[in-house]
Every structure is written in C-alpha cells, then in structure tokens.
Design a protein around this ligand. Sequence first.
Ligand code: ADP
Ligand code: MG
Length: 625
Amino acid sequence: MAEETLRFETEVGKILQIVANSLYSEKQVFLRELISNAADACDRLRYLALTDSSLTKDDPEFRITLTADKAARTLTVADNGVGMNREALVQDLGTIARSGSGAFLEQLSGDARKDVALIGQFGVGFYSAFMVADRVEVLSRRAGEDQAWRWVSDGKGEFTVAEAEKPARGTAITLHLAADEDEYLEPARLRHIVSTYSNHIPVPIVIKEGGKIDTINAASALWTRARGDIEDEEYAAFYRHVGHAFDAPWMTVHWRAEGTIEYTGLLFIPERRPLDIFSPEREHAVKLYVRRVFVTDKCEGLVPPWLRFLRGLIDSEDLPLNVSREMLQHNPMLTRIRNAIVTRVLGELEKKAEADPDSYAGFWEQFGAVMKEGVYEDAEHRERLLKLARFRSTAGEDVTSLAAYIGRMKPGQEAIYFITGEEIERLQKSPQLEGFRARGVEVLLLTDPVDDFWLSQVTEFEGKPFKSATRAGADLSAIEKTGKAEGEDADKAEAETPPGVDALVAMIRLELGEAVKDVRVSERLTDSPVCLVSDEGDIDIHLERLLRQHKRFEDAVARVLEVNPTHPLIAALAGQAGRKGGGANVADAAWLLLDQARILGGEPPPDPTAFTKRLSAVMTRAMSG
Ligand code: ADP
Ligand code: MG
C-alpha cells in the first residue's frame, strides 16, 4: 500500500499546538511517557501470550531499548510489546481516546502559562514526544502479524502511514531531536532520567552504547518490595506510571494480604481530582495483576464507583491467570478483594482525618462529592462515609463533620439542618436561613448535586434527623433566640402576629390560588418579606430544579409561600387588607411577592411580562399617590 497522508483529529491538533509552543519546563518527561507506553505494550502482550504462547515464542524476554544516535541526532525508544497495526496507529496516535480530553480542551484558555499548568495536570502522553522532536517516526509490527507499518509526523496537523519492514514484533519510536535538545543524546542524561522517573517499571530498560548493552532500571515490580524499603519519591514515580497521572499521590496505601486469599494492594489517592471524574463513562483505573502479570485495567467490580478516583493495582496470588476478563467479574475472590479495598481505604482515611484534619479537608474538597455517591448507593458503608463526610456550614469558613455539628446544636434543637443549592455565597443569603441565624442555629450549606440525592435516602445521623431549612415544619419555636447582632429584631418576631396579617394571608391565598400550595405566616424570616418553602412530604425545591434541568421531572410542584409578619411591607399590606378598595393593591402585591420569593430562591419569574407590568402599575400608583 502506498503512503497515505491523514489529518489528526481536531483535538489532537490543538494539543499538539500547545505542546509545540509550550514553555513546559519539564520536557524530559517525554521519556517517561514513551517508556510508560512501551511497558504497557509489554504488559498487554504478556497477557495475550498466556492463551497464545506462539506470540512471544521467538523472543520471550520483554525489554525496552534506548538508542541514541549522535550522528543522526535521533533517540529511539523501542519495545518488544504488543505493537500496533495500521488501524491502531491511525486510531491510537491520531485521536485521543483518553477520557477527559474533552473537558481538558474546554478548560484551555489560550494563555500559555495557564495552559501549561493544565497540561501538567492532564498529561499528553505520546504527544509529549513533540516537545523535544521536530519529527517522530513510529515503526511498529503487531505481535502475530507479518506486516509492519511506519507512521511519521512533524506534529503540525498531519501524519503519514505506509507499509514498512520490521523483522520482529513491537514498536520503535524514533525522535528526530529539535535543535536545542542534544542533551537527550547523552547516555548519562538518559540514565538519570530513567532512574528518576522509570526505575520501577517492571520491564528492563536497556541502553545501547556502541556495542554495549546495559540495563539501567531496577526492573522489579515496586509493589513486591517491603513498604519500609520504598522511598516516597519511588512511590510517586510509580503512581505517575500506573495512574497515567501527572500530579503526586495524596495518599499511598500499600499492603499485603495473607491467609485465605493472598494479594498485594498498592493504591493511590491523587492530589487532584481528574477533570472527567463526573463524566458518565468514567470508570475506576485500578489495574488487576495476577502473579505479576497485568490482566486488565477494566475489571468491573474491583472498586466501587464511589472510589473511582483510586489509582494503582491489585496483584492476586490466587486468581486463575488464564481466565477471561468476563469470568473474572463473577469470581467470589474478587468480591472479597473489593471489600478489603473499601475497608483499607476507609480505615486509612479515618486515620488521616484524625491525624491531619487540614490535609483531610483538602482531600474532601477534591473527592468528597464522589464519596457522597457512596452514602447514596452503598447502604453497607453509609455510616462510615457519613462520619468521614465534611460540610461547609453557616458556622464559618472551615468544614465540619456531622459529629462536630451535633456538638454545637442549640438546646431544644432536634434536627441537623441543611440547605442545598449551587453556590455557597448564594445559599448564605437565603431568606430561609434568617430565622436560623436569629436563633444561632447552624445550617449545613450543601452545593454538590449529589447532596440532594443522598439526603433523599438518608433520614438521620446518630439519632438526629436531617431537615431541610427550605421545608415547612422546620420547627424553630422550641429553640431560644440568641439575640445577638443579627438577631436584634428577634424580639419583634416574638410578638403576636399583628392584627390584619391573618386576613392578608387569607386574601393572598385566594388570589394566588393554584400557583401556591398554601400561604402561611413564617417564623423563619427576620429580614425578607417572603420566601418559598416546600411542604412537608413534597420534593425539596433544589432537588426539583435539578431533576427538571436533567429532564427527569416535568411538573412544577406548588410551594408554600411564607410571609414575614414583622416586615414593614407585610404590616402595611395587612393594614390595607381590611380597608375598602385595598383589594387591588393586595392582588398585585400577592403576585409580586410570589415572584420576589422565586427570584430570591434563584428562579426567574415564570411570566416576566406580567411581572414587569404589575411592578410598573404598583410604582405608578406609589408615585402618583
Ligand atoms: P495513554 O498511554 O494514556 O493511553 P498515550 O498518548 O500515551 O495515552 O498513548 C496513546 C495510545 O497509543 C496508547 O493507549 C496505546 O494504545 C498506543 N501506544 C502508544 N505507544 C505504544 C507502544 N509503544 N506500543 C503499543 N501501543 C502504543
Ligand atoms: Mg501513555
């Protein structure tokens, strides 16, 4: 087949542009990326060879070979792994199959410095070769196939593929180094980079200098060594390889289980949340090995979805090696390993929460929203997860645990109060919180979409029921007011409902009809004239809005409009309500108050024309009156 020229997928083009122009200071990581891919390719072939030994018969020893050619100014990274055929070359090197790339590209700003930081987070894998090379040649032959292929690109939008000759399986990636990159021709420099970044890749990395061949990494599987013998830096380097990650691990959990089932676990919690952690296709990335042989990184059921941020591996001594990946899923041993992973990780998190609350709060900020999915879907671990959960609240800037919240509850307070919404700042200003503030009652401020869901499942924590502050029947009367700064009008609210308010409430109820479920005198408001709450037993306001956004909910549920009897506007309206001719004002006011309550709750008035008409009418009457 003649040479063909193809264009990179648009996304790859964009990434290549940033890579080529970036001032990325750690260019040497390109070598780690190429070695990491080469090691993965060896791992994959080692697994395939279990069922088809002919694939590796000609050359059973896996290795990665580095060759620097000073005369040609090329560096070649070669492996005898699984190799790529034409389809794989076009697909794997021409598109980004990696999850999260869409989210990554959306966040790019065009500002080189910011984008470099993002690249650092996302990583560009194979394309990092173009940081140091102005032309990259990939010569590859898939194990078990005869035809080899050559892929060539200068990283500027196009690549070519053509048939080629290659005597043995695997991939050789040749970098034609750019003008200033001669350092990567120096064996000493290469050795240094390998020992820094790739020492514990479980495949030997050899360097060819003249006729001499030298193994330059430890090539032992890191996880088989004792914990005490492993430096943090070694763990971090291994984390980057196994997790395809670019940050550092926040926590490392390394253990060996002996007894009825034997396995080693080496798991990492990243420092930062990957960009696509909430995308529906996102799966966990813990790899399964069996007696040092990589089996799969898509072992469903190995890790529960709410721990999908874990990176690392499980290496089992007992699982059968020659079993299909599908069969693996139903293996009872796997269920036991999964339970052990959960227990381990939760245990370590509990320790960390105790020993280093600040660092733990940082972890929770990154992954709390994911862990809370467990509260919702995993009844077995619900209690432990609720204890580990941290929340923002009206008590201050710091996050709090539920136990600490309960410790601060007021005399007479029976429930754990919360409010859900999109933004902390907005929630803090919610009119529904005024009465809670006046009484010094703390309210949890919840802004993760998942909060509405787990709160619809979980009714209590340590005997204290969860109650929404935006729900009717939040009984505050039993709690004493504190009468501090913002509670200064507290006494007023304590007074009897002023005369005429009951009549006003009845008139508003009549006027609004079906638009509201009820109109009631509020005990939760101190500053605002009105607010909307959901009736006891009805769906929570914010949850309804979320469901409607996701088209999972059609009809709007009628809400309860609460009026603040101590507010001057309500008092004035109450005065009018009794008077002859006051009806027109009250009618307009009723609708305006309802729209006001909606706006305060973050929703636009459903009929903006009617809203502005009424507002103009009322203003006109006020001006001319
Ligand atoms: P990632 O390693 O995170 O998947 P990369 O950009 O590093 O992303 O690599 C893209 C893909 O190209 C790999 O997933 C793999 O399928 C393929 N690939 C890259 N290098 C090799 C290699 N040496 N041998 C076989 N396949 C490779
Ligand atoms: Mg890679």
